[in-house]
Ligand binder design. Structure first.
Ligand code: RB5
Length: 144
């Protein structure tokens, strides 16, 4: 199974994306970067959709989407069937996003979460495991 992180950002998340990429690779994950790659203003829904489509095609992969707040990315991602995107601003949210919600996309805000905390959130998110059981029943109820 893939141990690949598919990552994307808009101009508001570029610096944090570049900080996180080597950190994720040091954790033993490969990284697929779907942009943006410059500070030119761009539209976050386009990046969110590209990352989510790639996550759905690559079994076992996880997505990370970064914008100014993480909000626009999460709003877009959660419109896509099969995607469960979680904005996380602390490590507890990151752990629960995987353990209870089986979130397949982590959303971060570069303007709201400093790089050190964002690294810790990412580390916890990538390390935690879905607990299944009653939580599987509940996530199945989200879309049915
Ligand atoms: C861009 O200025 C900003 O609106 C965007 O990065 C994001 O925060 C939207 O949710």
């Amino acid at each position: 199974m893939s141990k690949n992180v598919i990552i994307g950002c808009d101009h508001g998340g570029l610096a944090l994306k570049e900080t996180l990429k080597p950190f994720i690779e040091k954790m033993g994950w490969s990284v697929t970067d779907l942009g943006t790659h410059t500070t030119d203003s761009c539209d976050y829904p386009l990046i969110a959709k590209a990352v989510c489509d790639a996550v759905l095609k690559d079994e076992g992969s996880l997505g990370i989407l970064i914008c100014g707040t993480g909000l626009g990315m999460s709003m877009t991602a959660n419109r896509i069937p099969g995607i469960r995107a979680a904005v996380c601003t602390n490590e507890y949210m990151a752990r629960m996003a995987r353990a209870h919600n089986d979130a397949n996309v982590l959303c971060l805000g570069e303007r709201t979460t400093g790089p050190g905390l964002a690294q810790e959130i990412t580390q916890v998110y990538l390390s935690a495991e879905f607990e299944g059981g009653r939580h599987l029943r509940r996530i199945n109820l989200i879309e049915n």
